[in-house]
Design a binder for this molecule. Structure first.
Ligand code: SAM
Ligand code: SF4
Length: 335
């Protein structure tokens, strides 16, 4: 097939999929309440997980089908012992490679990341207060993560911060986070809290896109400026006039970006998910191990993609816990 004929990755709504998010592991060194159920999750046996070679082969199959952007996520991608090997293999593919990390181990990989051409890093930090950070992550790693953010900036990386907002917990910190962008060239990304199996989501904990904007506009009525978004962007981008950095809102709940979705996900156990919210999965690892071709499975998986949020297309469906439990926890999907 010619490199420019990418129709195989087009779904029934005409959306072209060139962005693959690969979860390297279901394990994590933090325990964020919105991601990991309180009782933990049953981890897949090691032999059910993709090896570094299998990750490369599956990723290469996607690249041959037109994928030109790959993000490594998890669980925490950097807890995998062979993270350096996986990174090096994937960096040899003609893709823009990104990483989302909780930042706990990231400092030790700076030379590796530089060597493999990584220029941007996304680090999750939900509070600027040590005690709140500990409450949400159930671990005492605030200082480590905060210092790592400074270090990555000093080392010349573009740094994006992911913040999941939860009403009554950290929504009072919206302006504090934005104030970080005054003298620092950071991109602050506020994410609406999304429902997944076992994460105690309910609509009252949601801080909506509009509520975030209202809070910011109240403090910066004249200085808030809308920035242009890039194609397939899942965020709406803004900045405060005169500030070095910018901020963005990712509103998968109140204003999903499904119309322009270009994303496919691969779980650590080698299953393709055509949508973050979809309960349906398509194994690629089993057929790979049975020496079967993957192209038709990938094509078929895309034909099953729903128009909106894995079929949760109304607020009622989104609030139905039975539908959440048809999906995995975020920790086992890969955010
Ligand atoms: N461990 C890495 C980290 O925390 O950045 C990567 C995996 S994590 C699942 C990826 C992103 O998903 C994080 O920014 C996290 O905050 C976000 N996330 C997890 N659960 C979420 C939820 N229920 N709603 C919204 N975002 C969520
Ligand atoms: Fe771990 Fe990231 Fe999930 Fe937090 S959000 S538990 S750091 S995978």
């Amino acid at each position: 097939m010619s490199k420019t004929n990418h129709t195989i990755l087009t779904d029934t709504f005409g959306r072209k999929h060139n962005y693959l998010r690969i979860s390297l592991t279901e394990r994590c060194n933090l325990r964020c309440t919105y991601c990991m159920p309180a009782d933990g999750i049953a981890l897949s046996p090691k032999e059910h997980l993709m090896t570094a070679d299998e990750i490369y082969i599956i990723a290469k199959t996607f690249v041959d089908l037109g994928v030109n952007k790959i993000r490594l996520t998890g669980g925490e991608p950097m807890v995998r012992k062979d993270f350096p090997l996986i990174l090096e293999k994937l960096a040899s593919l003609p893709v823009e490679l990104g990483i989302t990390t909780n930042g706990v181990l990231a400092d030790r990989f700076i030379p590796l990341l530089k060597k493999n051409g990584i220029k941007t890093i996304t680090i999750s930090i939900d509070s600027l207060h040590k005690d709140k950070f500990q409450k949400i992550t159930r671990r005492n790693e605030f200082e480590k993560v905060w210092n790592t953010i400074q270090l990555f900036q000093k080392e010349g990386f573009k740094v994006k911060l992911n913040i999941v907002l939860i009403k009554g917990f950290n929504d009072q910190e919206i302006v504090d986070f934005i104030n970080l962008t005054k003298d620092k060239d950071l991109i602050i990304r506020f994410i609406e809290f999304m429902p997944f199996d076992g994460n105690q989501w309910n609509i009252d904990k949601l801080v909506t896109h509009q509520e975030i904007l209202d809070k910011v506009s109240y403090i910066f009525p004249l200085q808030i400026k809308r920035l242009s978004d890039t194609p397939n962007d899942t965020s709406r981008n803004y900045k405060i006039e005169g500030y070095q950095g910018s901020f963005a809102i990712i509103s998968s709940v109140t204003n999903p970006f499904c119309d322009t979705c270009n994303r496919i996900r691969l779980t650590a156990d080698g299953k393709l998910k055509n949508c973050l919210f979809s309960g349906k999965e398509f194994s690629l690892l089993k057929p790979l191990r049975a020496n079967q071709p993957l192209n038709n499975i990938i094509k078929s998986a895309l034909q099953h993609k729903f128009a909106t949020r894995g079929g949760m297309d109304t607020p009622d469906k989104l609030q139905n816990p039975d539908l959440h439990s048809k999906n995995r926890s975020m920790i086992a999907i890969g955010g």
